[in-house]
Ligand binder design. Structure first.
Ligand code: NDP
Length: 241
């Protein structure tokens, strides 16, 4: 029977590519999104993948949304915590709202999602959790103290949960993408983008599909010995230990 995978922020950008790659690999996929109904409807029409609207920053909404997915598609085997936002500002100009929105959406969301599925995964002795962090959580980025903190937190969260899940057949890994050609990066002004590309040894932005193929790899049944890993996919821009 096909395994069930939930991808947060699964209708656009990197998440779109992850949802499609998991479907192509044989999973029953649920693509979550926040509020862009138009993009979600287009995604659903093009891919045939069902979409589920809830805010990953809300524990109650995650719990309810995941219960709906489980009722409609079956018990959840794979969670990809991909949804994320940026609210950039240097710290001396950053508001508490900018800080809170990013921490809640990019970090607390992983707690909200994993807490809601972990007991079921433990009972069934199987689970695959893949978190999407960022190069900027590894190296820090000026103007992104909130985002860097959230993404670094996601790496620590991954390492802790990997230890807790290991004896129960649950693997937990994190991917740290570099700059990927999505709307999030399109928002960066071109002169800034040109400077960024000049620091990427591969000489270009990454593609969403290049992240998606790694998610499929980590989500696979035969990836059971890979847990607690941080997979860096950044064209050589930052080579972490
Ligand atoms: P996009 O902005 O293209 O897409 C974001 C997706 O997340 C959308 O589907 C959006 O839903 C959803 N989303 C946002 N907030 C919420 C929320 N509160 N609840 C549920 N869903 C939400 O992002 P990217 O594809 O560029 O980024 C995906 C992930 O990869 C993020 O975690 C990002 O931090 C990370 N990343 C991206 C990099 C890049 O270069 N693009 C580099 C490194 C990491 P909706 O359509 O409804 O708004």
């Amino acid at each position: 029977m096909a395994r069930v995978a939930v991808v947060t922020g699964g209708t656009r950008g990197i998440g779109h590519a992850i949802s499609v790659a998991l479907k192509d690999a044989g999973y029953k996929v649920a693509a979550n999104y926040a509020g862009n109904d138009e993009a979600a409807a287009k995604f659903k029409a093009e891919t045939g993948i069902p979409v589920y609207k809830w805010n990953v920053a809300s524990f109650a909404e995650c719990k309810e949304g995941l219960a709906t997915v489980a009722a409609e598609l079956g018990a959840i085997d794979v969670v990809v915590n991909n949804a994320g936002i940026t609210r950039d500002a240097t710290l001396h100009k950053m508001s508490a709202e900018q800080w809170g929105a990013v921490i809640d959406t990019d970090l607390t969301s992983a707690f909200n999602m994993c807490r809601s599925v972990i007991e079921g995964m433990r009972e069934r002795a199987y689970g695959r959790i893949v978190n999407i962090a960022s190069i900027n959580g590894q190296k820090g980025q000026m103007g992104q103290a909130n985002y860097s903190a959230a993404k670094a937190g996601l790496i620590g969260f991954t390492r802790a949960l990997a230890q807790e899940g290991a004896s129960k057949g649950i693997t937990v890994n994190v991917i740290a993408p570099g700059y990927i050609n999505t709307e999030m990066v399109a928002a960066v002004p071109q002169p800034v983008l040109d400077k960024i590309i000049a620091t990427i040894p591969v000489g270009r932005l990454g593609k969403a599909e290049e992240i998606a193929r790694a998610v499929v790899f980590l989500a696979a049944e035969d990836a059971g010995f890979i847990t607690g890993s941080t997979l860096t996919i950044n064209g050589g821009q930052y080579i972490a230990a």
